[in-house]
Design a binder for this molecule. Structure first.
Ligand SMILES: *Cc1c(COP(=O)(O)O)cnc(C)c1O
Ligand code: SF4
Length: 329
């Protein structure tokens, strides 16, 4: 029997841009002036789907989408306070690929891989590739969840959980069906934004088949990340009955002004997505140049609240190791 052809999104995934010089050439930018770093790229490779590149402004080296993915010299600076395991994931490990920090919620590191490599990512140093929940056909993760009746919500995270093939995801949810204390499923994925083709018929069919209410948390940091293809993916996701939320990271040079944040909330909502969190950066090595001070973050958040409908204002939070939930600023 012939194997089924690989889904289209997997081809688009493989065709992502991986060479910083190619990316700059596509945007008509000069490599020297852009300050790109081979060392930073060697530590955490450039990866960005071509559809996302198409949303960047040509000829603008300060483009907010470009800044999120381009490896820069600044990442190699060592800055006190910026370490390797900034959020205490090592200590919160419940089983291989299962992290529990908060009551009721078990987070599965489904996979280590992502379609896009965000320079500010707190996972850039953590050994997620070996520590995934899918590694043994989900057995250890499912057993850990089944053994703890206090867990009523399972979060699929990563890496990006939707980087796994749909049958692999269905394997997990088939096993979870047998666990009576699960009440909600949550998926955290940046794929609907960076590779909206991932939201294909097979994925939608799987989502519609799930027995639990579904929260789908996308991850967009700037209004320019939305286009018609992203809107179509959001509409399709909403069609499954999922509640769509957005979490963003506050990033210097990307979205650290009130107009950019307001536009992000308004654009998200126009696409059917409610703002959820605005995160202060996790302080991992290599991301200091993205940091916004707490004082400035609070000021931006106040200005945003003065400008927008209440439901368009995300909660401003930081993750602090050992806390019982995200800490409001
Ligand atoms: C952020 C996070 C969650 C989810 O927290 P919410 O405030 O419910 O969105 C759950 N588990 C872990 C380990 C997390 O880091
Ligand atoms: S998609 Fe999320 S997990 Fe993946 S590199 Fe970007 S921020 Fe990190």
């Amino acid at each position: 029997m012939d194997a089924a052809p690989a889904p289209r999104w997997q081809r688009l995934w493989r065709e992502a841009v991986r060479d910083p010089l190619e990316l700059l050439a596509m945007l008509g930018l000069d490599a020297q002036a852009a300050g790109i770093s081979g060392q930073a790229a060697a530590q955490f490779a450039l990866r960005v789907p071509r559809g996302f590149v198409a949303r960047m402004r040509r000829g603008d080296r300060h483009d907010p989408l470009l800044r999120q993915v381009l490896p820069l010299d600044e990442e190699m600076r060592s800055v006190p306070g910026f370490g390797l395991d900034a959020v205490g994931d090592g200590a919160a490990r419940k089983a291989t690929g299962v992290i529990q920090k908060y009551r009721g919620r078990a987070l599965l590191v489904a996979t280590g891989s992502c379609a896009v490599h965000c320079r500010y990512c707190f996972r850039r140093h953590f050994p997620y590739a070996e520590e995934t929940a899918a590694r043994d056909g989900w057995r250890e993760a499912v057993a850990a969840i089944a053994a703890d009746p206090d867990i009523d919500e399972v979060l699929l995270s990563g890496g990006d959980p939707l980087s796994l093939a749909t049958p692999k995801l269905a394997e997990l949810t088939d096993a979870l069906r047998a666990i009576p204390h699960i009440r909600r499923l949550r998926i955290h994925s940046r794929l609907p934004v960076v590779l909206p083709e991932r939201i294909d018929a097979e994925l939608l069919q799987w989502l519609r088949s799930l027995p639990w209410p579904l929260a789908f948390v996308i991850h967009a940091n700037h209004a320019n990340e939305f286009d018609a293809s992203v809107d179509a993916a959001m509409a399709a996701l909403r069609g499954t009955g999922a509640t769509l939320l957005n979490q963003a990271v506050l990033l210097r040079g990307v979205n650290d002004d009130v107009d950019a944040l307001a536009a992000l909330s308004e654009r998200s909502f126009a696409g059917g997505v409610l703002p959820y969190y605005l995160h202060q950066l996790d302080r991992v090595a290599g991301v200091a140049h993205f940091e916004v001070s707490d004082a400035r973050a609070r000021e931006l958040h106040r200005e945003l609240a003065a400008q927008l409908s209440g439901y368009l204002v995300p909660k401003l939070v930081r993750e602090v190791a050992g806390d019982s939930g995200k800490r409001p600023l």
